[in-house]
Ligand binder design. Sequence first.
Ligand SMILES: Nc1ncnc2c1ncn2[C@@H]1O[C@H](COP(=O)(O)OP(=O)(O)OP(=O)(O)O)[C@@H](O)[C@H]1O
Length: 732
Amino acid sequence: MSDELILHLSNSSNQSGQSSKIAKLEARLVGKASSAASSQPQHVQTQLNSWTVPAKFGGAADGLQESLVDSDDSDDDIRKYGVMLTAEDMILLYSGGAYLIQANTQKRRKVDEVCSPISVEQAEDSNFSGSTQTAAADARHKNTEPVDNNKLGGDVSKRKQSRGRANTSSGRGRGSRVSDQARNQSISPANGQVENSPCKDGLVKEQLGHDSSREDEGTSLRAKVSAMEEELKKSREEVSDSRNKCERLEKELKDIRDYEQQMKPKRMKVMSDLLVSVSKAERQEARMRVRQDSLRLGNIGVVRAGTIISEAWEDGQAMKDINAQLRSLLEMKEGIERQRKSLKKRPSGDLYRYALLKGFQKTTKVDMVKMVMILNLDKGEVADADGVNQEEDVLMQDEIFKSRLASIKREEEAVLRERDRHELEKGRLIREMKRIRDEDGSRFNNFQILNHRYALLNLLGKGGFSEVYKAFDLVEHRYVACKLHGLNAQWSEEKKQSYIRHAIREYNIHKTLVHRHIVRLWDIFEIDHNTFCTVLEYCSGKDLDAVLKATPILPEREARIIVVQIFQGLVYLNKRSQKIIHYDLKPGNVLFDEFGVTKVTDFGLSKIVEDNVGSQGMELTSQGAGTYWYLPPECFELNKIPLISSKVDVWSLGVLLYQMLFGRRPFGHDQSQERILREDTIIKARKVEFPSRPSVSNEAKDFIRRCLTYNQAERPDVLAIGQDPYVIYTKK
Ligand SMILES: Nc1ncnc2c1ncn2[C@@H]1O[C@H](COP(=O)(O)OP(=O)(O)OP(=O)(O)O)[C@@H](O)[C@H]1O
């Protein structure tokens, strides 16, 4: 606002109330009195707020514009006054004590006439500072078009929006430029219009100075905008690239899945073919090995006794040789023994007297064996036995016999060790022969794929009612053991049902068990009316029974680590909410995986401990066969229903450790199951005895004694025996 206008306004003392308002308005326009402006009555302020500062004021307009944007009332005001005017388009007119607002058409014309190039540029500059080109177009547009209230309203709100986004980049400091512009305007009271002051040279120069700095700013902003636009373009391209890639990958994935689905049966076929050819080679190799070994170790032959034909073992050549060697050594031993006896029978001093008779004065260097031969052949011929000390000779001869006997004994021991080794080999050979025979006789020996995923390979072994095959799971890609439970077709329907119930019960117990030292049960399915299959974790090592058959005594260190692992499995069974008694712990139910990790299997006889069971244990309602060497005395109780608990498994663990350390079971080792029952062997098993050899640590013996505590009440249960240092594994 020009100085003249300020003077004019300040001189109008008779219009004090209004003039103070004007002063405040002016101050607000020159950007000096924001505080004064804020004290304006709401009405006036709102009106001001409804003005839009011309775009050409660029940054200077921001101060005002900000207050417009900040005002929540502005939209209300637009609604209230029906139009929204811009300061550029309007002038403030004092007429007859009232202020009027009129359209500033003349100002526009004048500016267009005199400074049209500048104002257009300014408008453009301000457009950049205002961030949209539309605003520039608006600014130019307003100069030529009549005021359209509705349109103006729309423009204002558009600008408000664009301001809201962009005005942060333009500083409030530009308010001074607003005041400069304002000062370049004057009010002509005659026509009531605000005019731009004439564009004199100084002003133009000043204007040009400002314009050039604005131009610089504009240029840099333009550059920024174009860089940002470039970035935006790139980002858009990247987004579209990524989207394309994503679509391509999704399509590829789908193709792969389709292909995978298509290839699945083919892949399974290739895999099973490979496995089958490997298994066939293994079968062939196994049979060839058996043939070779049976030449050496023996074979099962048919023996006829009258009308009865039975099978009997016929030794192979190696066994025959060993036996012949043993026989020859035995004969030698007996010959020497005979000589020793005859030497002792001869009257004392006989040889000495004979020698004297023959004129021998002292012992000659005649070999004593030769002497014996001479004596035996013809006593009269001992002519040159000069000076023999008969007593000494007898002693020497006896010593020679003894020495020879000792040497024969050593030879014999070596041959016996060899024979034991052969016996073990023979045992393995017999088991392998049996396995091959079972495999040949099995109806599952032709590499079937069960349940569309388990490729049956070779038979691992046959139990009482089941065959266990090594198999490959074509879905999970791992080896498994398929246990095929066959119901005897001759059985009554009742027996079949009972067997199935039993197997399902076993499955239900076993399937919930997940522990490193317990064989996992993966699956169960029916094969036909009389057969079903359970799929177990495959343990490629031998079972403990086979280990003990090969090496009946294990070093204590090895035995202990096996016991500790079994014990950990038992602790797991007893820490579950539903406790389980295994009830059939024996070497055949302890398996080893390829790394030698011990795993307990076969839950066919296991018992679930009911919740309400007392401290003495639960009733043993279904005894099951069990294996008597490994069961505690309470299981043989006949007068009342036995009460059992995890103490049964503790007893079995003690028997297992004893067997591993001493190579025999503590009770009824040489007895059959039937004899154990008949002779009450376990009921009489009150005290455990330890052989003197091999030597075993006292800790091991103490642990075994605790496990084999006769009195059930005094025997610790699984969790209590866990306190024993022998099963708390610490490196010694
Ligand atoms: N998960 C397995 N992994 C590897 N071999 C196994 C597995 N389960 C069983 N076997 C082997 O299969 C053979 C037969 O096992 P099974 O449990 O049927 O026989 P068993 O215990 O001798 O008989 P039963 O259970 O009728 O008393 C055994 O030699 C055993 O070592």
